[in-house]
Design a protein around this ligand. Structure first.
Ligand SMILES: [Fe+2]
Length: 197
């Protein structure tokens, strides 16, 4: 956002599209867990009540930040200038901090509860909802974001859990498409050129 020049509406539109996709996946994360994870854990793991309360509070905080970001993002995309950029940057910086802390908390304290308190079918439904947040044509590309910081070994292990046709489709189409559009976005903003120039 800070690399977009004032009134450069073309670059702002591209950043907005990227941000809208990322935040829609986060929004889906919140709704899916609120509906499918906290209720069964609350019912079946009585000792985890305080943990579930903390998770739900974090989700409410994230939902509020997402709402504020959505409004500011639209304003910024229409009028990219230093004031709107810094207002949005402040909210996204806070969102990033709260989200990172929340995901660490979930990984450390919630995931260990899953094997003993959710059925395989319930866990699979959570995963399915996570993948259906995006249109089909975007899922393979978005997987590139999911795996961006993973080591090659972690990527292999992750993809090994997919059907062979899906992991092949990611390697042949998703990953190249992800690299192309992400490189174009970052390079064009850094150099101030159009990605298709
Ligand atoms: Fe969560």
């Amino acid at each position: 956002m800070r690399a977009v020049r004032e009134a450069d509406h073309g670059s702002a539109r591209r950043v907005f599209a990227h941000g809208a996709e990322i935040t829609s996946v986060l929004d889906n994360h919140l709704h899916t867990e609120d509906e499918l994870l906290w209720p069964p854990l609350r019912a079946r793991a009585p000792l985890a009540h305080d943990l579930i309360n903390r998770m739900e509070n974090q989700h409410r905080q994230l939902a509020d930040l997402l709402d504020r970001a959505a409004v500011l993002f639209s304003t910024w995309a229409a009028t990219p200038q230093p004031t709107t950029t810094e207002e949005l940057a402040a909210v996204l910086t806070e969102l990033h901090a709260v989200l990172t802390s929340h995901l660490d908390d979930e990984e450390a304290h919630v995931l260990p509860l899953v094997p003993d308190h959710l059925t395989a079918a319930e866990w699979a439904e959570l995963g399915k909802r996570g993948t259906t947040a995006l249109p089909k044509r975007r899922r393979l590309v978005f997987l590139g974001h999911v795996l961006e910081d993973a080591t090659p070994a972690e990527q292999e292990a992750f993809l090994a859990a997919f059907p062979r046709s899906a992991s092949l489709a990611y390697r042949l189409y998703g990953r190249p498409a992800y690299r192309k559009e992400t490189t174009a976005l970052r390079t064009s903003l850094a150099s101030g050129t159009r990605p298709d120039a």
